[in-house]
Ligand binder design. Sequence first.
Ligand SMILES: [Zn+2]
Length: 368
Amino acid sequence: MPEGDSVYRQCKMLREALEGSVIVSSDFRVPSLATSDVSGRTVVAVVPRGKHILIRLSQAPDAAELKSGAEPLTLHSHLMMDGTWRVFDREPAGGAPTGSGGEPQAARSKGDAPAGSGRAASSSRARNGMRTSRPGASPYRPRGQARRGGSVRSRAEARTRLSADVSIGQGSHTIRAILRTEDVEAVGFDVKDVRLVPTRLEDEQLVGYLGPDILGPDWDLEKALERLSAQPDRAIGTALMNQRNLAGIGNVYRVEVLFMSRTNPWVTVGSLPEGKLREIVTLAHKLLHLNKDRSMRSTVGQAPQGRPLFWAYGKDGQPCRRCGAVLRRGEIDDALLTVPAPDGTTTAPGTAVQHLRKIVWCPRCQSE
Ligand SMILES: [Zn+2]
């Protein structure tokens, strides 16, 4: 499930693939952007804001004409429950082993070739050599970061090359946005709230309402505590998920942080013992930072293979690893969370809807 740490990693991948490159063509598959085209613009930055992904684009190349919409734009997307961006190599023109196609080929040869097939490996090395000596080669290669919801895709999958046209192939109906540069194709599968807005209006139209960004360079613990405390009647479990209070926490971290701090999810913010709120938020901040560069999200340390990655998340019905009581599953109302409108245009941030989410907690050690 995408949370602040997955968004951070997705942005890192997109940054390495796109930043500084010119978009040669774009393809938006949402009605509101059906006629939009950002080709000719350069990707100037890829920025995570809480759980939002902002891809900033330069002004249009023919901006001199001052036609409307030529100013710098930001492409906004949100992963919500199951969205993901992936980066693919583009097929080298003419089939020649150019740099951009060499590396994944090499990876496959090494991984899949039967023992003793030295020829394949050495020719791969030759191609690799060509790549590294190629001037201007961009460092866009996926490095295991093409993952979804914290789980790592297989090596082969992570290095998928655009051997068939992904834009019309299997699964293409879930594509919402494609940005192509000379070297790569960045594809947004199932991403939500895809919008293009003038970069100068990012705050006003996209992310200005967000609380301090837990993985942002300007993280402000005191401000987050202040915003959380401003609504003392809110259940702590709900308050932590309200991106207006602080941005970046999703259901996994909510469940884990409340378990680790022995806090009942339904206790109101105002009735938490002195210092508890600070402890909870500090812990969340620490966990997200620990995981932001990890290939597998874990709240139990660097978990060796086969060991559980979480204390409570997804473990209802199993014994609590602290006290042995059976972990329970319940529902918490995440009303007042920000919900983008399906067409991404009409709903103001913070629209209230009842939104029941499944959480897991220990009835013994999180009793209050
Ligand atoms: Zn327990």
